[in-house]
Ligand binder design. Sequence first.
Ligand code: ZN
Length: 55
Amino acid sequence: MSLFRKSNLVCLKCKKCIEVTDSKIAKLQYRLAKANDFIPIRESLEIYGICRECR
Ligand SMILES: [Zn+2]
């Protein structure tokens, strides 16, 4: 399930977007979709905050 791979860390100050991957999150997303008899087409996970440079 390569669909479930990318999560983004988005900085609210400089709008930088850091792409991160975690196979555990991917598996969880797949399981949640499957458990609800849902066919996933597209997925996104965004975490908003402040990056290292902006602190
Ligand atoms: Zn920033």
